[in-house]
Every structure is written in structure tokens, then in C-alpha cells.
Design a protein around this ligand. Sequence first.
Ligand code: ATP
Length: 896
Amino acid sequence: MLSFYIKSSEETEAELSTSIKRGLSYREVSKRQKDYGENSLKADETFNWWEVLLDQFRDFMVLVLLAATTVSGLLGEYTDAITIIAIVVLNAILGFYQEFKAEKSLQALKELTAPEAKVIRDGEITEIPASEIVPGDIVYLESGDRVPADIRLNKTRNLEIVESSLTGESLPVKKHEDRLSSTPDSIGDINNMAFMGTMVTKGSATGIVTDIGMETEMGQIAHMLADENQQVETPLQKRLANLGKVLVTICLLVCIAVAFLGVLRGEPIYKMFMAGVSLAVAAIPEGLPAVVTIALAVGVQKMMKKNALVRKLPAVETLGCATVICSDKTGTLTTNKMIVDEIYTPLLHYHNNTNNGHSFISSNHKKVSPKKNKDLNLCFQIVALCNNTLYTKEQGIVRGEPTEKALLQAAVDYNITPLSFSDITYLDEIQFDSNRKRMSVFYKDDSNQVVMFVKGAPEVIVPRCKKIITDNKNGELNHKTTENIMQKNEEMANKALRNIAVGYKVISYDDYKNKNEKLEDLENDLIFVGLMGLLDPPREEVKDSILKCKKAGVTPVMITGDHKATAIAIAKKINLFSKNADNKVMDGKELDSLSDRELNQKINNIRVFARVSPKHKLRIVSALKDRGNIVAMTGDGVNDAPAVKSADIGIAMGVTGTDVTKGAAELILADDNFSTIEAAIEEGRGIYDNIRKFIRFLLSCNFGEILTMLFGMLMGLPLPLKPIQILWVNLVTDGLPAIALGVDPKDPDIMKRKPRDPEEGVFSDGLFKTILGRGLLIGLITIFTFYRALELQPDHLDFARTMGFSTLVVSQLIYVFECQSVRSGLSLAKVIKNPQLIMAVIASFMLFCLVVYIEPLAQIFDTHPLNLENWMTILVLSLFPTVFSVIYGKIKDRIF
Ligand code: ATP
């Protein structure tokens, strides 16, 4: 880093050949992008294609298989060994391709959720991906932003930045724009620069980018940036990996026992070794891990299409367990397209007469104008001046928070803008924050008087007022007028309006200078001007989503900083309250008065938290979690990040959310919409169901194969299936239908079930019994076919094996359609809905025919061509397990 901190911003501007006012030109930007490259940390690129490829062979199960194959190769079974290795490699390539695609889409997701930056280019403010920034760019920073590069600050407004990622210091650092007189001891003392990767927690600023990418301070320590973005394994993947290990261990023990017993019985060692290898091959569900990864990746993509961006893979599973969704009101349950609908002042009550824009009439139906109506004029002036929306002469309202924008728009519609005041100079401001629930700005006039304009929640502002505006001069605010105002506030809130009180006060310059010490006092004795009621209509689609959630056993809870009455009015409109239920509403004050134990007792009945601030959210999450809930919590502001992080499923807003909150979240809503959460829960449940479907399929088949081999050994028969035959089934003919099960459409009743218990195992609900039962049936018919064929043609082992092999494959390909539901059996309606599965079954069958009828393959696989009669026998026998389970199911239903 060049020492820009000891240079003035003008010197920096000159040195970097840029213009603070207009920024760089687009032509210059593209030139610099070529010269300096992309603004990213190389360490971020954790994704390597060859690592993914290597990973395919790192799997424990695959390793065991390769070891066994090597031994069989050493024992002289070259063809078998080579074929097994070829199949393993083919499988690895398929797995690699799928995983590569999956990783790519996750990578794309990462890019989608990557931070953006606001820059001035060619005189206009635009938002661009942070990676496109170049040195010399003029960047605009505000609370909640992640600093996109190293920046020499040029103009700051109460800027505070947390630099813990760089310095380890967790307290925010106050920043300014003045040059430093000497080189500071440590980077933590460079207070006129903002560094890449740090977080703006307060205020705003503009600055000049001095360094990007690996040249930044963060770039120097890039390796320390253990990226929170990393996709960890989901609990299910971990459990399956463990299951794989258990299966392999058990199977190895069984193999050793069987081989040992065989040798004791006088069988040749080589034959027993092959039996062991075959058993190992049969027992290991080789395809399972790959299919799970694919199903998860496909699920993530589906969610992305529905505007839910998954940042951490485990969320896909946890979503299906959610029992409570705590949602912000503004923007998530409502549209966030606000307009000022009513204005009340002690003189008149005004109503907006139009849906698009602002055109007020007074309650006595007289046409109004700010010229005639001084109270209205003052309201507009205050919201134009006490406002941190970015407003420019050329572009009008450029950007800002919806509340701020709506208030300013009302004023702008009456030709009052922040630029209309040439006689006063801006001094400073205390920005709005949800804890203080108010905002104050300070302006100086020609006579050196300081005027403080304040706006905020009526309950906070009105008690701080001492006077009200009257027709000609200011009047005292007595008890009765206060009551009147608060009653009006209540009436407006009952109409779902979000009210903001506005006022002002003249203070001395000395008081202004010492404002930080006695702010609380300074913000007292205000002159009350009026209440501005903002209409923020509920999102239409949310009503349905809330009903769906309730049916699915997921309780939606509204959390809002707004007034109780506003919150209740909206809650009623969106079906949040349930009939016959104890729909409790609690406000921040009450919450503060309760102990943790008391809150725990009450929390399950509360549907609306009103007038709460972000700090309350953390308590709400903990209390809900203590009561055994799986909590999803939304958030947007910096202050929301701790609650979002501590929730089971942290959800950040994609549009209004700050980078800090997005960084803490598992899920990002691209459209900030509550309905997207509901859709994501539905998808999450569907994905989990599908995983269970192919677990049911693959493990039943594996178990069937193990039993076939065991029965064969116990009956003293030759090996019923050769290792490569089993491997062909496990990896090829089973694999395709299993992947197709992974994209099976969701059960129509998926949102009518209660949420899944996260502690519940994958095999819950009788899945294990189903697997064992079906495995047994498959094993029995396969060994029966093999045995009968061998009995009929004792000299034709190849033929008997082919008959057994075919019965195994066909019965599995029929069974896969039963697995389309986790619980029940075959359903034609479901079969039709998944054409991919039908195609996969046809493809699998053709692949199977390949090794039976195509000569060189038939030789390698030791198969024998079958005639029509053989096929009829195979078909009848293969249908047996399905017919049996249908009849068994019917009898069971009758008896129980
Ligand atoms: P939700 O949690 O539903 O999103 P919220 O976050 O909008 O609610 P806050 O932003 O904390 O809630 O707002 C609380 C109250 O503060 C509002 O009811 C309003 O009276 C007031 N308020 C909101 N925004 C501003 C603002 N920009 N300036 C002044 N007062 C505001």
C-alpha cells in the first residue's frame, strides 16, 4: 500500500488520475481492468477440478473395492480385475461430471451472493459487482456494507467500521477523512482509510479506491481468510458416510468368516477369496454418496429458481425441520413499496388522494398546497432535510431505504427537495437506528443558529416534545393535546399505517458542538409538527404461504419495529392469526420486563412481536430454541446479524440486506419475500424425501444382493453372481434410476405433514424394515431362479448366473417405481409424473441387455443369451416381490 493516508484526498485524486465528483470514465475503467485485473482474493478460489476428480477415488468404500480388485488381479483374474477397475473409473468419471456440475452451480451461487459496490462512474452512481472495481474508482459506503477494496476516505458522515477481520479488534473504529501527519504504528490506527473485507456498521462515506485484490491489506493475509462461505457436508451426508463405514466393516467381518468357514470345509482358498470380494462388492452401496451430492445440488438449483439462494448446504436439510419462521414485517410480509397515505398535524388531517404518487386533500376537502398550508410545508421540509436518501439534481432519488424514499417522495411531489434550501448548511446527523427509533440532523443558518430536525417513532418523539405548531406561533403541548396526538397515532396505526412523527428545535452552536455528550437532553423539548402515516401493503402471495405453513406445522411469527396496532392490522390481513388459538402479541417493553424463564413459558403462543429492536431478536431466537423449536429467522440490518447467525436457519434479505447479514445467513432471499421461505421449506422437504427414496431403493437392492450371495454360500452352491456382475448392477443399472429418483416430483401432501424431527434418523418411519423386507424378497427370488436354472442345466453355470442376474436387475427396475413414495407402494400417477425415471429404467435395461447379448461384453461378464421363455419366467418371478407387498399391505391394512 502506498501511503495515501499521509496525503490529502486531493493529492490522492491527482495521483490516481481520477475525479472525486465524476469518478472514472467507462473507457478508463476498462483500461484499468485490463491493467490491474479483477478485484478478488485468489485464496477465494477453493474450487479445483482435479481435486473433485481425486475425491472420487478417496471414498472409503471405493478404496476397499480397489484393494480387493488388486488382490484378485494378483491371483490371476485379470479380466475381472481390469473390468472392475474400468467400471470404477467410469463411475468416477460420471461422479466427477455430476459433482463438477454441482460445484459449478454452487460456485455460480456464490457469485450471485457476492458483494456489490456503489461507485460513481461518468458522473453517475451505479451499483456493480465488487469484483469489477479498479484503483481510482470513487466508492460510496454506507452502514451494512462490506468494504470492497482499500479506500482513502474523502468525505465521511459518522463513519464507523469494524475491522476485526483485519486487526482482531471487535469494537468499531471511528473514521475520518483528514490526512495523518505521520505513519501510524499499526494498520488499526490508519483512521482515514477503509480496508477491504471490513464492515461498515455506522454512517456513510465516499472515498477513492487505492488498491484492489491481492494488493490490498486483506490480500496480504488472504490465506487467513478462512471463508465462511465454504460448503460443509450436511448432517445426512455425514451420517451416510458413517453408515458406509459400518457396512464395510460388518461386511469385511462376514467375508472373513465366510471365507474362513469355507476353507475349513475344504473349499479352495482362491474360490473363497472371490466369494469374499463378491460379497464386499454386493454390500457396499458404491453409488450412494454420489447420488446424495447430486440430489442436493439439484435441490439447490431448484431453490435458486425460486429465489432462495442457499449459502450453506446443510440448510437444504434443516429447512425441512423448521417449526417456526420469525419474519420481519417490512418488505418481507409487506411489499416495501411505501407511500405517505395520511399526514396529521395539530392543525389539519390530510389524506392522500391517489395511489401512485402523492396528492393530498384535507379532511375538510379543501385543496391543499404547501404555500397555503404551513404545517404541511414544514412536514415536507423536515422529511426532505432529515433524510439520508441519496438525491441528485440530475437523477432525483437515487437510492435509499424505502421509508426514507417514501417520505422524501411526498415532499418532492410538492417540489420540496433536499436541494431546495440554499440558506442553511448541513452540519451533521445522527442516523436512524432501530434501537433509538429516531433520526436527527443539524443545519446551520446564516445567523449561526443551529436547527435540529428530528423524525422517528411517535411514542419516542411525542414524549420528547414540549410545544406544537399552531396557526401563527408555537403553542404549549399539554396533556390533552398529547392524548389527542397519541389517539390519532393509534387510529392511523389501526389502518396498518407505519407512523413517523416529525419535529424540530433551535439550539445554540455550543450545544451542537457538545452534542455527543448530551444527545439525550438535546433531543428533548422539541416542537411537534406532525405525524406522517406510511402505507405499506401486504404482499398478496404471502396470505396463501402463511396458510400453507400453518398446515405444515410451521408457525409464522411476525417481528417488527412498528407499532402494535400497525402490526396487528397487517397480521390480520395476512392470515397470521389462527382461529381458536391463543394469538398473543408482545411488545418490546413487555419483552424487556420478562425474565428468560417467563419468556420461555410464553413464547410458543406469541405470533407478533411489535416495537422490538434487533437486540430483542436474539432473545426471541434463544427462547424459541429452548422450547425445542427449529427456528428460521430473517434479518437485513447489521444489528440483525447475531440473531440470524444464532437461528437454526438464518435468512438474509437479498435486496435490502446488508453484506454483514448475508455473511451470517444460511439462506438469502433474492426477492426478500416471505413466500420464498415457504417455497424453500417445501423444496427442502422434497429433497429430503427424495434422498430417502433412493436410500430405500439402493439399500434394498444391496441387501438383496448380499442375501443372494450368502444363501448361495450357505447352500453350498457356486457363486450365484460374479463380482463384476454385481458391480455392474450397483454402479450402472441402479445408478441411473437412483439419480432419477433424486429429481422425483414432490408429494402433493408434502406441506400437510408436520416438520421432521432433526434428531430422527434417515431410517425412521419403518424405512429400515422396508429395506430388510424387500432385500429378503429380492434375495429369495434371485437365488431361487439361479438354483432352478442350475438344477435344470447343471453344466451351464453361465446360463444359471445370467438367469439370476436378470431376475435381480428386472426386479430392481420394477421396484424403483415403488420407491417413488417413501411410505406407500406403487402409484401409476407418480410414474407418469417422472418421465426421467421411465427413461432411466429403459436406459438401464438396455445397458443390461448390452452385457447379455453383445459378444465381447457377454464374454467378460460371463453371461449367456436368453430366449423369450426365459424372459417370461424372469418377468413373473421379478414381479413377485411387488405383488407380494401389495397383497401384504392390503392384509395389514385390514387387520390393523
Ligand atoms: P420490520 O422489523 O418489520 O422490518 P422495521 O425494521 O421497519 O420493522 P424499524 O425500522 O425499527 O422497524 O422502525 C421502527 C419505527 O421507527 C417505525 O415504526 C417508525 O415509526 C420509525 N422509523 C422507521 N424508519 C424510520 C426512519 N428512517 N426515520 C425515522 N423513523 C423511522
